[in-house]
Every structure is written in C-alpha cells, then in structure tokens.
Design a protein around this ligand. Structure first.
Ligand code: SF4
Length: 434
C-alpha cells in the first residue's frame, strides 16, 4: 500500500474528519462564489495571472529590489537556500533574545519544520492563529492552508481547551474564542520574538504584507521586540498596483471576503520617531527548491497565492483532508507542489483530474495539466520497457471501437485471475457500449 493510500485510509476511518472536511470545504467554496458576485471574475483572474507571471519571470531582480529596500529601512534579510538553513537562522535569532516565540500562521514555517527546530533548541512556540492554536494543542498538523482546524468540531475544540483552562468552557464558539484570546494575550506581551509568514512582499516599496482576520499577525509583528517574517521567494510582487489586483483575489477566493479584517503592511523595524513596533526585523527569503522549479515546465505553480480555493472544490481533498497528502500542502496545490519541492512523486496520482481546481484558481494555474505532466514524468522514470509496450498496445487497441469491445469482453472473463484488473475494477465498471 502506498503512503498516500495508507494515510487516506486512516483519514477515511475518522468519521468526524470525514463529516467536517467536506462540510466546511463546501461552505468555503460557497463563500467564494458569493464573494465574487457582481465582479468580472474572468477579467480579475486574467489580471491576477498576469501579475504573478510578471513576478516569477522577473524573480531575481524583484528579490534584489525587495532586499535593497528592506535593508535600507533597517531590516536584516537572509536568503535561505534550504529549509534547514532557514530554520537554523531563525532559531539563532530567537536564542539571542529568549526562549519563547509567538507565531502567526505561516505555511513556509510549516514547510521547514520550524516548530520542531525551535522546540529542540528549548524554545516554547505559541501558535496564535486560532486554527493553528487548536491543531497545536491537539498535537496535529494543519489540515487546510487557510482553515487549519477545518476537521474539528466545536466539541473537539472544547475537549482540547478545557484542560488548558482548568474549568468548563462549553461548546459555544464565542466562549471558546474568548478563552483563546485571553490565553494568548498574555503570551503576546511576554514573548521577545514574533514570527509571521508573508502573504505578499512588494519589491517596489520593500513592503511585507500580512493578511489575517484575527489581528494576531499584527500583534506578532508589532508587540515583541523582534519580528521575523518568513517568505517563500515566490511571494514577491512587482508593485502596489499588482498587490491591488492580488489582494482581493486572495481574500475573495479564500474566505469570500472583499478584504480581511486586518491587512498589515510593514516597511522595516520601528523608526526612531515611532512609538511602537519591533526594534529588530528579520526577513527570511526561502528558496527550498523554488528556483529549480522555476526552470522547469512547472514554473506556473509558483504563481500560487495560497488561497486554498482548489482544496475546497477538490473531490479527493474533500474525502481525505490535507494531512493525507503527507506534507504541508494538501489538495491539488499539494499534489503538484509536494512532488516538485519534496519529492513524493506518487501525489501526482492523488487527483481525479476533474479540473475543478483549474476553474477556481484565482491566478489560473493549470493544475490538472501540471498533474498530468507529473504523471508522465513518473511513468517515464519508472515504467519498464515491458510496461511501456503494454500501455502502447492498450492505447492502440482502445482507439479502435471493434478492438475496444473485444478487449473489454476478454478482460471481463480475465479480471478474476488478473490482480491488476481486479483492483482496477473494484471501484470502476468495465462496460462495453455496442
Ligand atoms: S493553486 Fe490556485 S486555487 Fe490553489 S491555493 Fe494556489 S492560488 Fe489558490
């Protein structure tokens, strides 16, 4: 049994996950549809695609410009070639200032396993996004790019929070949130270092942009003495005009909102004349395989703005959730990105190829074409000469109706003894159309 298959079976055996993931994914997908009502969506998607293509085409120059602007404003920029390099750098910064960090949601930090690195160095890590706080308390990984606890009921959250609170809280989401807010508020005030992700980084102005609904990103980046922002190198955009296109595409695609409650734009650490903000700001620009992917036919996957819309509509993701994909990114974006960055080639097959993901992607990434490409690469790498010959003959036979009918009839009698066909037809019909 493959790793994906084993993880999927485990996910499918969890009745609450099986009920909650599709329910909330569908809700998010409906919110997205409502969010774009009255908007010329195709024009906006075309503009978004163009903005992302511009950024990735010009990536080296834009990153240099971003770095120059940030450094001129007093930030320290670290270019990390690998996840290990990034995690080491961030851990060193943290250890210079204390043993505790508050953290807002960052997929890049998940990607580099930052929490494990920090905890191994004796640092207490406090996730402050409500969903991340829930999965951290449960000892789990995020199940969705923007809704990390999509698989949890309020009853499950209560069971996680009440031992922390040492008192009954109940199932009311408002009460659960009130507890989390009070619990986290103290930590914001204590932590010497705040760590955030980066939704966009504007090269023209040297601006780091954080998009949140809970305000925790703003707290992490303004209350602690030191702010560390971790960005995948592809997060950069050319200018504020492109940001103005991409920001509403992200928020409407992710949550259906015209704009999120908080959009924080940061240009370096606190200036002498300013009353608040961090004294030190570090921006970690993470490669971790992205520069290599940029030179392949899969470059367009770097256009992704991590809105999660493809997850919400994917029939595979809706059944198995995100962690079944085995790494940080679940759903169609994970099925493409993980093989490219992390090397798990089987994920190219974790798709029905229905192309629902293509239809919702705000920057028009041809996800199902990329998935097909990954499958082709894998077949070219792994198939032996005999297997290639068999599939060539199959293709020839099934492009001729009379041969198709004959082979299907033969397969009907042969599938009992042939394990491959038996497995294939366990969930499919082999029908002969006369
Ligand atoms: S691939 Fe497209 S739909 Fe999926 S997360 Fe990225 S931007 Fe959103």
């Amino acid at each position: 049994m493959s790793g994906f298959e084993a993880r999927s079976r485990a996910a499918l055996a969890d009745p609450r996950k099986r009920a909650n993931v599709p329910r909330f994914a569908e809700k998010a997908a409906l919110n997205r549809v409502r969010g774009f009502e009255g908007v010329d969506l195709e024009a906006l998607r075309a503009a978004g695609e163009a903005a992302r293509a511009r950024a990735i085409a010009d990536l080296p120059r834009l990153l240099d410009a971003l770095q120059a602007k940030l450094e001129a404003a007093g930030a320290v920029v670290h270019r990390a070639a690998t996840g290990a390099d990034a995690a080491r750098y961030v851990t060193d910064v943290v250890l210079r200032h204390g043993r505790m960090v508050v953290k807002s949601k960052s997929m890049a930090s998940e990607e580099i396993g930052l929490n494990d690195h920090l905890e191994a160095a004796g640092v207490e890590v406090v996730e402050t996004d409500l969903g991340e706080f829930i999965v951290q308390t449960a000892g789990e990984a995020p199940e969705h790019i923007i809704i990390p606890a999509i698989h949890k009921t309020t009853g499950q959250v209560r069971d996680l929070f009440e031992p922390l609170a040492g008192r009954p809280i109940g199932d009311d989401p408002a009460e659960l949130t009130r507890f989390a807010r009070a619990h986290l508020r103290k930590r914001f005030l204590e932590a010497p270092v705040g760590i955030t992700g980066v939704n966009f980084a504007v090269a023209e102005t040297g601006t780091i942009v954080l998009v949140t609904n809970e305000g925790n990103g703003r707290m992490c980046s303004s209350l602690p003495k030191v702010h560390v922002a971790i960005m995948g190198m592809e997060r950069v955009v050319a200018d504020l005009a492109d940001l103005a296109v991409l920001l509403p595409l992200l928020t409407r695609s992710g949550t259906g909102q015209k704009i999120t409650s908080y959009v924080t734009m940061l240009n370096g650490p606190r200036r002498r004349e300013e009353g608040d903000g961090p004294e030190e700001m570090h921006v970690v620009i993470l490669d971790n395989g992205r520069a290599r992917v940029r030179e392949t036919p899969y470059r367009s996957v770097l256009h992704c703005i991590r809105c999660g819309a493809c997850q919400n509509v994917c029939p595979v993701y809706r059944q198995v959730g995100g962690t079944a994909y085995g790494w940080v990114y679940g759903g169609p974006i994970g099925a493409v990105l993980t093989p490219l960055l992390h090397g798990d080639q089987e994920l190219g097959h974790a798709s029905s190829l229905c192309a629902a993901c293509d239809d919702v992607c705000p920057v028009r990434i041809p996800l199902h074409e990329l998935l097909l490409g990954l499958r082709r690469d894998r077949a070219a790498d792994s198939a032996g000469a005999l297997e290639r010959l068999a599939f060539r003959l199959w293709s020839l036979a099934w492009s001729r109706p009379w041969l198709y009918r004959l082979t299907v009839r033969m397969a009907g009698t042969a599938r009992g003894p042939l394990p491959l066909l038996r497995r294939w037809t366990r969930t499919r019909d082999l029908e002969v159309h006369r």
